[in-house]
Write a protein that binds this ligand. Structure first.
Ligand SMILES: [Zn+2]
Ligand SMILES: [Zn+2]
Length: 180
């Protein structure tokens, strides 16, 4: 959903209040949400405010993503929730233009827009991308799959030698054990 800068009133625009909510579930359609396989938006709020030509976007979102644990390949469902506040400045903004950007830079994400308007999905995709995990784990201490026998080490211990103690003699010991 595209919103033109000229459509934003002086007092700001509450996007949900003025446009309803039907656009929310489609926000992340087709988005590359790596390392998650898929991600969908559950709820969102967004307010747009113009200060000169600088556009401030603030809001919240809750999304749900699905992926696979990096270590054991079990399916994982993740909740991504965030509150955000970003400033979009026109790409052709002059340094002397209204407002003091440097003063605001500390507490704000600053991005560029073309000055004419903004695609709402782009705002949320950017925010979801920032919230994506670097790595998907079913739990922090997932023990993963044994590289030797393929056993899921969260469910059962296997008799394979541990990674740290594995040397040529350990392999011999294992072979002897198997013969017994
Ligand atoms: Zn796991
Ligand atoms: Zn094993």
């Amino acid at each position: 959903m595209y919103i033109r800068a000229s459509e934003i009133p002086r007092e700001g625009l509450d996007v949900v209040a003025s446009r309803g909510k039907t656009w929310i579930p489609r926000l992340l359609e087709g988005m590359n949400s790596y390392p998650l396989r898929a991600c969908r938006m559950l709820s969102a709020t967004l307010s747009l405010f113009l200060e000169g030509r600088d556009l401030e976007a603030s809001g919240t979102f809750a999304a749900e993503g699905e992926g696979e644990c990096d270590r054991c390949a079990e399916p994982v469902t993740l909740q991504l929730d965030r509150e955000f506040r970003s400033m979009y400045v026109p790409a052709d903004r002059g340094p002397a233009e209204s407002g003091d950007l440097e003063l605001r830079a500390d507490d704000l994400d600053i991005a560029f827009y073309d000055g004419g308007g903004i695609e709402v999905a782009d705002i949320f995709r950017e925010q979801v991308a920032l919230a994506l995990p670097a790595k998907v784990l079913c739990r922090e201490d997932c023990r993963g799959i044994c590289p030797h026998c393929g056993a899921d080490r969260n469910r059962s211990e296997c008799d394979c030698p541990g990674e740290t103690s594995q040397g040529p003699f350990d392999v011999l010991k294992t072979m002897r054990k198997e013969k017994e």
